[in-house]
Design a protein around this ligand. Structure first.
Ligand code: PGA
Length: 262
């Protein structure tokens, strides 16, 4: 089957960094650098507080916004929470199941599944993070973990919904916050292939080709090109380096160059 044409996704996860004015300044600088590009989507995931002002500031031909989390219920007496329905028309994407949320906030497979359902119900594309811990990696359990995380996250979706999701493979041990060991592109390639095989087994070949799969974990401007050229890798989810103008623009440049050489 001929591989579908997909836009490369470059997602900057700003985590709990940058206040509203710092975010606005960084976006202003990035605007000058990021050209509207047919084949590349640059997505910024700032803090919840910053989404609304940035949604008014950004040129949507150049940037899209992602939330880093939301509550699976559309409304309710849930002090401190923000729902996916409140994020409609503000964000295009939402990051779900990031390892920091699974580990620090004890998000279960069921929580992730419900959030994926709520995001789709509200017209927001989920970026579902999956990946094994260092212990699971050492114990040879990577494929089992990927299988369980992927199948449960997609469990309640229709075939058409599955085709629209984004999956980010982020081995926990490669994320800078959890050690930041550099992952070898060939082992990342194997895991991406494994994820596609799971989707193919459950939803067929077309779905497995259409789902975009990103890599995330300590990517910087020097090594971005190596990860982007992995077969089946459709983009990057970047943490620390996306907070720095030079590093983030270097990664975006690497994506432009990679697309030109394809
Ligand atoms: P990092 O974070 O690039 O700082 O390792 C990646 C992530 O948490 O998505």
């Amino acid at each position: 089957m001929k591989a579908p044409i997909k836009r490369t996704l470059i997602v900057g996860n700003w985590k709990m960094h940058l206040n509203v004015s710092q975010s606005s300044l960084l976006v202003q600088r990035l605007h000058k650098h990021v050209a509207g590009h047919r084949d590349i989507e640059v997505v910024i995931a700032p803090s919840m507080l910053t989404l609304q002002p940035l949604s008014l500031q950004i040129d949507r031909r150049r940037f899209r916004l992602a939330a880093q989390n939301a509550n699976a219920q559309d409304e309710g007496a849930l002090t401190g929470e923000v729902s996916f329905s409140m994020l409609r028309n503000i964000v295009h994407y939402v990051i779900i199941g990031h390892s920091e949320r699974r580990i620090y906030f004890k998000e279960s497979y069921k929580d992730v599944q419900e959030k994926v359902g709520a995001s789709i119900r509200n017209g927001i594309t989920p970026i579902i993070c999956v990946g094994e811990t260092a212990g699971e990696h050492k114990a040879g359990e990577t494929n089992q973990i990927l299988h369980d995380q992927v199948t449960s996250a997609l469990g309640n979706l229709t075939l058409e919904e599955v085709k629209s999701v984004v999956i980010a493979y982020e081995p926990v041990w490669a994320i800078s916050n959890f050690g930041g060991t550099l992952a070898k592109p060939d082992s990342i390639g194997k895991s991406i292939k494994y994820i596609r095989r799971q989707i193919e087994a459950l939803y067929g070949e077309e779905a497995s080709q259409e789902v975009r799969i990103l890599y995330g974990g300590s990517v910087n401007e020097d090594i971005a090109a190596g990860y982007l050229s992995i077969d089946g890798c459709d983009g990057l989810l970047i943490g620390g380096a996306s907070l720095n103008y030079h590093k983030f623009s270097g990664i975006i440049d690497a994506a432009y160059r990679n697309n030109r050489t394809q």
